[in-house]
Design a protein around this ligand. Structure first.
Ligand SMILES: [Zn+2]
Length: 287
């Protein structure tokens, strides 16, 4: 199938109390693992890319991998730009045929975040591309943006309403609710009540950032409350490196790169399977 829009995927998941995984891809092989896993389970999926990775490969190259692999799949696949702070990269990705973009103005003062987000919303709407916006500060490291422990800032409820009113067709909304990027050092404190209130009041699908390391119950609780997009980045990057490196360290065959690429693909696909499966079952039965 051709690339799909992200918004209908998320609206449908939200209505069913389910979530779609958004996995940060790194190259062709990591994209193949994501799309193969989704096809095997019969679920839609979002391939998303950090700004750093787009700048490394170019927006057209990334789009070509995803389009090629999506063509052979009977499941919906969207291509999304993750945590972008510059408008030029957003426009480059849209021109290259991406179906969704995130503008992350969370480090800006609220009024400036709102003004820049709505300006980008206007042109993404005109281009038929879905937009994700962030409020508050999600902890950890995303690209080179660091939010230190203790500096995470939960989203302000009234500011969330203002965002939703200004951008009623926002594809997905990312308010900071206590999760963090990278590996958790301690127990994440998820602000479930705040998530509940934001999801109910805005009616928007909510993005759960910092999915790596959350428990099944935490996922179910978030999905049940309206997180229709669940980001998995750090675990996929770890599996990408370990899946190749650990096998090569055990069994060195320098003339056989495909052996390691296949091991890498299998590691990533096996690791994603339980998560994609859990998200597709949704939040019912959550404690
Ligand atoms: Zn994130």
């Amino acid at each position: 199938m051709p690339l799909t829009q992200m918004s209908p995927m998320l609206r449908s998941a939200l209505a069913k109390g389910r979530a779609v995984a958004a996995v940060n891809i790194i190259d062709f092989n990591s994209t193949r693992a994501v799309i193969d896993c989704a096809r095997e389970l019969g679920v839609p999926v979002i391939t998303q890319v950090s700004t750093k990775t787009v700048k490394h490969w170019g927006a057209k190259s990334v789009a070509s991998w995803v389009k090629t692999l999506a063509q052979d799949s009977d499941q919906d696949v969207a291509l999304h730009l993750d945590h972008c702070t510059d408008e030029a990269t957003i426009r480059t990705c849209i021109d290259a045929g991406w179906t969704a973009v995130m503008f992350d103005g969370s480090k800006l003062p609220f009024a400036e975040n709102l003004a820049r987000s709505t300006a980008i919303y206007d042109f993404t709407q005109a281009a038929g591309v879905d937009l994700e916006c962030e409020i508050g500060a999600i902890g950890g490291v995303e690209d080179d943006k660091v939010v230190k422990d203790g500096e995470e800032m939960l989203a302000n409820f009234d500011e969330c309403l203002e965002f939703a009113r200004a951008m009623p067709r926002m594809g997905v909304f990312a308010p900071a609710i206590g999760t963090a990027h990278g590996f958790y050092k301690g127990e994440p404190k998820i602000a479930y009540d705040l998530l509940d209130r934001i999801a109910k009041a805005t009616g928007l699908p909510i993005a759960l950032h910092g999915g790596t390391g959350l428990t099944d119950d935490q996922f179910r609780n978030c999905i049940w409350r309206g997180c229709a997009k669940v980001n998995l980045s750090t675990m996929h990057k770890r599996d990408f490196i370990e899946g190749f490196g650990a096998v090569y360290a055990r069994d060195r065959r320098p003339g056989e790169p495909l052996v390691y690429l296949e091991a890498q693909h299998k590691t990533m696909r096996d690791s994603l399977r339980p998560f994609l499966s859990l998200f597709s079952l949704g939040g019912k039965g959550a404690a």
